[in-house]
Design a protein around this ligand. Sequence first.
Ligand code: NOJ
Length: 733
Amino acid sequence: MIFSATLMMALATGLTTQAEQAKKHPYQDVKRPVEERVADLVARMTLEEKLGQLTQLTLGQNTNHNNIADPVGDVAGETGSVIYFGEDPEIHNLMQEKALKTRLGIPVLFGYDVIHGFRTIYPISLAQAASWDPELVELACAVAAREARASGVAWTFSPMIDVARDPRWGRIAEGYGEDAYTNGVFAAASVRGYQGSDMSAADRVAACLKHYVGYGASEAGKDYVYTEISRQTLWDTYLPPYQAGIEAGAATVMSSFNDISGVPGSANPYLLTEVLKNRWGHKGFVVSDWGSIQQLVNQGVAADNKEAALKAFTAGVEMDMMNGAYAPHMAALIDEGKVTMAQVDDAVSRILTLKFQLGLFDKPFVKVVPESERYLQPASLAVAEKLAEESIVLLKNKDGLLPLSADVKRIALIGPMVEGDTHLLGSWSFHGREEDVFGILEGMKGEFGGKAELLIARGSDFDGEDRSGFEEAVRAASAADVVVLCLGEKKQWSGENASRSTIALPEIQQALAEEIARVGKPVVLVLSNGRPLELRGLEPIAESIVELWQPGVAGGRPLAGVLSGRVNPSGKLAVTFPYSTGQIPIYYNHRQSARPWGGQGLYQDIPSTPLYDFGHGLSYTTFQYGDVVLPKTEFTVGEKFTVRISVRNSGDRSGIETVHWFINDPVCSISRPVKELKHFERQEIPAGESREFVFDIDPLRDLGYVDADGRHFVEPGDYFIIVGEARVRIVLK
Ligand code: NOJ
């Protein structure tokens, strides 16, 4: 055992080595308020120690500590934070022990990209959004927090809440789609799930809103590139999710890579200081993205790393993630009078405050328990599976092919995704393991075993030109009553720096689908992907289309449940599926065209409307929307009121309906989108019954607009409330 006797004793008694050394200083006194402890500690620190706190390095990769003499040797004990690539709590404890042995004994903050689960991987965020179930997302984040903290990770670089309107951009998978309000709701839910009400609890972590801001506006869907964003668009589209996350109490924020109309996100005083700190009152800290400070040189706003450090730090970035910019240059910048010690103290205080809030000073070590107790607990798996079920979107279901009838006795299971278990995990699932995934094949066998025979043929790979498997696939299709064709994307096709020039699937998959279609059997197309796809070539050849996304460890079980009818699909798209890549950017809340007749801008060669709209998603039952009920139709601008709608399940099985409430302001001082989502509600409705859905309207919040400097206004005049097919006019006096 590599732990020291003192540490073992401390772990056994629950006391820390520092605490045992008698509480010499106020900062070591658990009973004192955090502010006092921080102030006392900062007053004792040398500049070098302070710069240590502003620095984030990496730790790990090799999780087998038996193979390394000193696994934490390279990382100084005075380092503020590490990105922990490992997951072994013993290495975490070794590093903490090293930190506690330094002069002041400041514990290290372990961060990691816990994006959609730590080991119990659940669906990617874009899929989660399709559930419209923030309460469940909150639970999933709590599962992730519990597993992460058990490995020593006390800080996740999540949620990503970048509104994204270009599905070529690989990172669209990581956020909650194209709508600002939706991203805001899920931002708040994630923050609650990660942080809980007390971040010092052994099963909670600090959240980090990223990437502040406008990263999703990347030109042509490419990563790391310039973004052209007007102040108006910043305020009405890109900033609201962050404001919602801050209001929910997010401890930290990550500054973005992108150049925002000439002022990069990691050197932007307006956004980092004026908006985030001064107006929104954020008391936590900002960490740069990986290398985003030194990259200010590449972006042409700093001559060298020193100037980059100056720009980022004075703009409001407190922690340097893998730039090597602050520690080497800050002393000179202070000597030159460009940075003050008060600024450094403020930055250090923000970081130390979080360490105290996380309880790291008082309980720096993690209890070492076997992996089997840390991960993949039944309750956690149940959350992951439910979320995967709720994320599935039934895009098309011609003649009610789904759920498959009991008469279906032979199912041909075809396509590269049939055996692509690892890809079901999605991007950013580094501690996820293929063997944890319930594969599509496994799911189908479990669901249909004894009821229908499965004829399995991969047909083709995800890409390439090898058609040698087509023949076997055609044979399987010919012998079957129905074909379940499983196509999609590899997990590495989305995520960071994973842009694609087309959102159509590779030619080989299209060719396989066409070959299968020629057999003439009914086709259920199952898609697993990290972005909206161009489906114009595939849609006509499938009777039914099921969007599975990248569901995580639950993998094929929820899908099989949808195919059999055990699960009634309820997901709805939180992102538009374009008809073709050439339509990008295309999103529901666009501004009105100057000549709106005939469409919103016409193409000569393709339709100008998407294939599947934002909010689209079918069920195995039918819902009938009643009339919109309003207390009256004229209100004063300051008057709050409630609108209701009754929805009846007119089918013969229970189903879940999400009602989306949009508004439209047809005439305003600034132009407004054709519709804007302001509220959504999800309820289960038993067959034959009705449920009431309610939208509480606060005119300033829900009908008003934000200007190019973040001021909110509501103007008298006509407004429309849009729900289902209804468009109801109201007047504000
Ligand atoms: C770069 C990514 O942009 C960011 O999302 C991530 O959190 C950091 N690397 C750390 O891995």
